[in-house]
Design a protein around this ligand. Sequence first.
Ligand SMILES: Nc1ncnc2c1ncn2[C@@H]1O[C@H](COP(=O)(O)OP(=O)(O)OP(=O)(O)O)[C@@H](O)[C@H]1O
Ligand SMILES: [Mg+2]
Length: 360
Amino acid sequence: MVRKPSQVSISTQIPQQRERYTNADGAPVAFGYLLRSHRKQRGLSLAQFSTLVHFDRGHISKIETGKRNPSVAFAEACDRALSTGNTFTTIALTLESATRQQQGWVQPAQLPAAIPHFVGRAEQLSCLDRLLLDQEQSLATPVGVISGPPGVGKTALAVQWAHQAVNDGHFADGQLFVDLQGAGKKASPFDILAGLLHALGVPADRIPETLEQRSAALRSHLHGRKMLLLLDNAADAQQVYSLLPGSPRCAVVVTSRSWLPGLMSKAGTVPLLLTELHRSDAIRLIREIIGETRADTYPAAASTIVEHCGYFPLALVLACERIVHHQYRGADVSTADLNLTEEDVALHHAFETSYGILRD
Ligand SMILES: Nc1ncnc2c1ncn2[C@@H]1O[C@H](COP(=O)(O)OP(=O)(O)OP(=O)(O)O)[C@@H](O)[C@H]1O
Ligand SMILES: [Mg+2]
């Protein structure tokens, strides 16, 4: 029987709190009852509404009479057709999460901590936001590929963006993080898939035996879930293929020292080639780590350091750590005193070489 939502006030505005859509017991308001009221209020027949939402009449009727649960996609279509903000989507999400709890779904939260002094990268962060828009517009799983030389800040950027997205309410079903170990060690997709399935609650004795079966099992487990998969330090596109979800509600961010040729043809990728920091951000990083007073008292020394480090975050962090460690002060803060010329500038040349490879 369809329950009448007598204990709640129904608002068609964008909800501030999920509680508005639950009754006194915390159970979701009857979706079907509410849908029928809104549809009738607008004088729409089932057939007319079916045309508007692109769902079958029989399907809508079953949902209205409480015989079938609405999917989130159906609820989103209702909100669009009836201009009800997030009303139906919120109820469907509450229903979905209750069902998952009953089914014992695990919700992994594997993101590493964001770094404490993250600076700059505003353009790249908003570029990655396209992965969130694509979720609404495309059937392909959105994949962001951050490539660049060692130490340029690929992992830091990916993790920063992921935390921001989660804080903004995205990827509510969980976040998976895997270190693919780069071209040197090159973790095998077969083993990585076992780890991912395990993290999704699959017991060891239920993990399939072949690569293809594991890959299919991962897609099944991710299907319909709003999850983020952060694949850090990929060796090549081949290593990534079998780890990709099939559902557009998921998103993937891959970092790699290679630009992963071949991946674009398989997935809706957002490519990003990361280069050194802007000068002002590099100076900001120094100020953040060694302290504003010390950095601002000797601006010439700070300038020399950022230039010698080639505006590379890793070189800058190493240089700053040395400054803090040795408690260098004032006029003593110079590249010569820090021995930057030998080690860190050499590092800069290594980065330049890596750029050459990426650009070829
Ligand atoms: N935007 C940033 N703001 C502050 N620090 C940063 C930033 N980007 C990177 N760093 C620092 O630079 C160092 C190297 O960054 P990161 O590990 O992300 O590089 P990477 O490109 O992933 O390198 P690799 O190819 O070796 O994996 C880290 O110590 C990180 O804290
Ligand atoms: Mg990295």
